[in-house]
Each structure stands twice: as structure tokens, then as C-alpha cells.
Write a protein that binds this ligand. Structure first.
Ligand SMILES: Cc1cc2nc3c(=O)[nH]c(=O)nc-3n(C[C@H](O)[C@H](O)[C@H](O)COP(=O)(O)OP(=O)(O)OC[C@H]3O[C@@H](n4cnc5c(N)ncnc54)[C@H](O)[C@@H]3O)c2cc1C
Length: 469
């Protein structure tokens, strides 16, 4: 393998490293204090300031802006929510369609606000291909998924089937049997977004402190080692990085995801691969993979990582050779034109998974505490929608968003989100599920009939999925 992978590709794309911001070293007051300067915290700050410019908003970040998943992700901006069916599955079709419309339109809203604020983050709405691209069993899996999307309320205009020929016009995979095309998906450079958004909210008057880790979230007061912020409203926007806050970590745990970036590909290689519109792509695998063609002609490609015993989040970005090799092999398996490609970057981070697999925006007015997260790996678009929703709930605005089933007014996260099981049960279950998913994947790849084993393993894994979800 040709690799000398060096950390996070996105960080290398900035013209200059942003200047560091001051630490909080005093006792200050604010109308809203937000803990965490990732997308959720910054979008909440952005909409609070846009809707109520007179409010004093303070953001506290333990490290630097974008230290968490927002500075490390795969850059998909998805017009869906992971776990949406759990929020809307029991609603009548017309209401489900409205909810799906809100999450689908959210992608265009992200593009619109970036253009309006002049935030250059390589936003590109090229749609997403969910392909059956390696083995035949994936055709049925993707067909089922498309049916699920339509039954849920996603429109046929936004999500539709590509046959093998239509698929090959968009992208040429090893075995391009067909796949779903989802129009409401864009991609972007997350470090450019989080950096540009932080600068934007500062221009609007928000104060951001870096290297200012909140030690406690007491009633209406957040304390750091050297200072504190008193405020009637505290927003916890730490998603997969809530290490200090056991009260949140019991409900939303960190799960790792690991990413690689190839060298820039030659024009000849792109001719072979296609992807002229720079779509996002994934294939049907329980190991969850996601990729896209970057603005400078690389492929950024990720796959689900591990769960650390004790729900530790991934502070560093390091990824070992084995993890790089696994992702590279999977990528070459999908796109044989990449044989011999050099992997130049590899990194990882933690995303947040709630026990009932539902992303949420929660405002507990009685205790003055709000939070959003649990996006389960689909947080780039969701954090925009949920940050906006939190801002509207805090300001008591009556909008379509605050009436969505994932927005909870006057409730506590303790009541709404189940607690995760205690260790080592969580870790043992995660290991068992990972092995079982890998077993199913290996069996599918053999592309030979296994009339008893394949369906049995699939049923077992469906069962696993339904237990954890
Ligand atoms: C490798 C990877 C790939 C992903 N790919 C995609 C993708 O392609 N598409 C997609 O939609 N989603 C993806 N995700 C998920 C998505 O990135 C996250 O859901 C989203 O960025 C979460 O944003 P956030 O602001 O809620 O949390 P984060 O960005 O994690 O920010 C939390 C912040 O809180 C800070 N913090 C924590 N504790 C404290 C404290 N005590 N005091 C002060 N600050 C604190 C942290 O330092 C951090 O900066 C991916 C995630 C990972 C890890």
C-alpha cells in the first residue's frame, strides 16, 4: 500500500490557520451561553443573533473551534435524518411528507445561508448515490431502502431508482447493478464551514472563547477553570464529545468514524470513474461507508469505526495502518480505477449516538438547559436544522420547525432519551454486533447462494439493529 497518511485533509485546505481566540478568564453575563463550538453550537448562535441581534451570546469551546466531529467529518449534507422513522413512523402520510420536506429543504437552506453570508465551503449539490455496487444481494437491500424512503414520506422526485445504465452515467463502480439517487444531498468542506461560520457569528457580535472547557453546567451558570458565565439559558452542544457531562453521556455516546483522503486523481482516472457532478456515494453495507469527490479532485472516503470501552470520545485524530488499509481496499473494491492510488490523509473522530437512535433538539425551560445532537453520523445538515430550531425555541418563536416531532419544548433530555446500558454490557454488545455485521458482509461478498445462512444472519443483524435502535 502506498500511504504516508498525515492526519486531517480538510485542515490543510485553509489558506491560513485561524488565529486562536482568547480564553475565558473573568466572570461574565450573557443571555445565552453555548458550550461547544461545532456546527450545533455555532448554528444556534448564528440564528439567535440573526433573530435577536440585541441578545448577548457567548460560546465556550474546550479546545479550538471545530475540534470535534464538525472539523473531521466526511462532508455529506444529507436531506434526511438518521432515525427519522422513529420520530414520524406513526404519523399520517401527509404529516410524514411535511416532515420529510423540512429535512430535504434543509439542504438548500444550508446552501442559501452559505451564499448569503459569503461562507466559501465548497458546497456542491451533486446528490447522493446509494449503490448496489459490489454484490448482487445489495440490489434487494437498496430496493428495500428506497421503498422505505417513499413509505416514510420522501418524494419520488427526490429519491428514485437508477438502473445499471443510468448508474454508469453518474459513476462507474466495479459491479454497478443499480442504486438509489437522492437529489437532496450536497457535499462540503467541513473545516471551511466551521471556520467560516465562527468568523460569521463573531461579525454578528457573538463572543467565542477557546481553550475554555466548561467544568460544570450548574443552574444558569457555566464555570471554567478560570472564569464563569452566568446566563438564564445554557446550551449543551457537545454531541460525541460530552466527556465532562456524565448526565448527557449516559444518553448520547460517542462512536468513532474513520476517514481517508486519496491523492488528487488524474483526469484519466476521473474519466474512468465518472462522478462529473461530484455526487456523494455509498454502497449497501452494515459497516456504513460514505465518500465523495472533493473540489480538488480527491476522494474522501470513510467507514464506521469502533466503540471505545467506557464511551471515551476520540480526542486525537490518529488512525492506524490497518484502518487505512481496510478503507482503501473497500474503496478500490468499489472503484477498480483506483488500483494503486495513494492515500495521503487519514483521520477520525466521534459522532453522537442516542440510546433510542433519535436525533433531538430539546429545551428544558424550567432548568434553563437546552441541547441538540444524537445525529448518528448524519449531523452536518441536521446540526443546521437543529441549531436553528433551538434558537427559535429559546426565543419562543412559533415556526414550522419548532413543531416538528424531533423538537421538544419544556422537557428534559433525561425524560426523553433512554439511558445507555452500563459497561461492560455496551462494549460487549458493540463487539458482538460489529463481528456479526462483518460476518454478513463477508458472506454477501462471496456472491454465492447460501439459502439458509444469508437470510439467517441478515435476520439476526436486523434484530441487533432493532435492539440497539
Ligand atoms: C469521521 C466522521 C465523519 C462524519 N461524516 C459525516 C458526514 O459525512 N455527514 C454528516 O452529516 N455527518 C457526519 N458526521 C457526523 C457530524 O460530523 C456530527 O454529527 C456533527 O459535526 C456534530 O456537530 P456538533 O457541533 O453537535 O458536535 P461537535 O462538532 O463534535 O462539537 C462538539 C464541541 O464541543 C466541545 N466540547 C466538548 N466538551 C466541552 C466542554 N466541557 N466545554 C467546552 N467545549 C466542549 C468539543 O471540543 C467540540 O468542539 C461524521 C462524524 C465523524 C466523526
Amino acid at each position: 500500500m502506498h500511504t504516508d497518511a498525515l492526519s486531517n485533509f480538510w485542515s490543510t485546505t485553509l489558506d491560513e490557520r485561524p488565529a486562536s481566540r482568547p480564553r475565558l478568564t473573568a466572570h461574565v453575563q450573557a443571555d445565552v451561553v453555548i458550550v461547544g463550538a461545532g456546527f450545533t453550537g455555532l448554528w444556534t448562535a448564528y440564528y439567535l443573533k440573526r433573530l435577536a441581534p440585541e441578545r448577548a451570546i457567548v460560546v465556550l469551546e474546550a479546545e479550538r473551534v471545530g475540534h470535534g466531529a464538525s472539523g473531521r467529518n466526511g462532508g455529506w449534507v444529507v436531506g434526511n435524518l438518521a432515525g427519522l422513522e422513529r420520530h414520524i413512523g406513526d404519523l399520517p402520510l401527509a404529516e410524514r411528507q411535511t416532515c420529510c420536506g423540512v429535512v430535504a429543504d434543509n439542504v438548500d437552506e444550508v446552501g442559501r445561508v452559505l451564499a448569503f453570508e459569503g461562507i466559501e465551503a465548497d458546497f456542491n449539490k451533486g446528490g447522493a448515490i446509494y449503490a448496489a455496487a459490489r454484490y448482487r444481494d445489495q440490489i434487494a437491500i437498496q430496493r428495500d431502502y428506497l421503498q422505505h424512503l417513499h413509505e416514510l414520506g420522501h418524494s419520488e422526485a427526490n429519491c428514485y431508482w437508477l438502473d445499471a445504465e443510468q448508474l454508469s452515467e453518474k459513476a462507474r463502480f466495479r459491479n454497478g447493478y443499480g442504486g438509489i439517487y437522492h437529489r437532496q444531498v450536497a457535499t462540503l468542506n467541513p473545516v471551511k464551514l466551521v471556520t467560516g461560520l465562527a468568523e460569521c457569528v463573531e461579525r454578528l457580535g457573538v463572543t467565542i472563547y477557546e481553550q475554555s472547557r466548561a467544568e460544570t453546567l450548574a443552574h444558569h451558570k457555566v464555570s471554567t477553570r478560570e472564569g464563569s458565565v452566568e446566563s438564564p439559558m445554557v446550551v449543551c452542544a457537545t454531541e460525541g464529545y460530552a466527556d465532562r457531562f456524565l448526565d448527557f453521556k449516559r444518553h448520547v455516546i460517542p462512536v468513532q468514524s474513520l476517514v481517508i483522503a486519496t491523492e488528487p486523481l488524474s483526469e484519466a482516472r476521473w474519466q474512468e470513474i465518472g462522478m462529473a457532478e461530484r455526487p456523494a456515494f455509498a454502497d449497501a453495507s452494515r459497516l456504513i461507508n460514505y465518500g465523495h469527490r472533493t473540489a480538488d479532485g480527491r476522494i474522501v472516503f470513510g467507514a464506521r469505526g469502533t466503540y471505545y470501552l467506557g464511551a471515551r470520545s476520540k480526542a486525537d485524530q490518529a488512525i492506524d495502518d490497518g484502518a487505512i488499509r481496510m478503507r482503501r481496499d473497500l474503496l478500490v473494491d468499489l472503484l477498480p480505477a483506483l488500483e494503486g492510488v495513494r492515500v495521503e490523509y487519514g483521520w477520525g473522530g466521534s459522532l453522537g449516538l442516542s440510546r433510542n437512535f433519535r436525533p433531538h433538539a430539546i429545551l428544558d425551560r424550567a432548568s434553563g438547559l437546552a441541547t441538540a445532537g444524537g445525529y448518528a453520523g448524519e449531523g452536518v445538515a441536521a446540526s443546521h436544522l437543529f441549531g436553528r430550531t433551538l434558537a427559535e425555541m429559546i426565543l419562543a418563536r412559533d415556526t414550522e420547525r419548532v413543531r416538528m416531532p424531533w423538537a421538544f419544548n419544556d422537557a428534559s433530555h433525561r425524560q426523553l432519551i433512554k439511558r445507555w446500558e452500563v459497561e461492560p454490557l455496551r462494549w460487549l454488545a458493540a463487539q458482538a454486533i460489529t463481528y456479526s455485521y462483518a460476518g454478513e458482509e463477508a458472506l454477501m461478498r462471496r456472491d454465492r447462494p447460501a439459502p439458509l445462512l444469508k437470510p439467517a444472519l441478515r435476520r439476526l443483524n436486523d434484530r441487533f439493529a432493532s435492539i440497539i435502535e
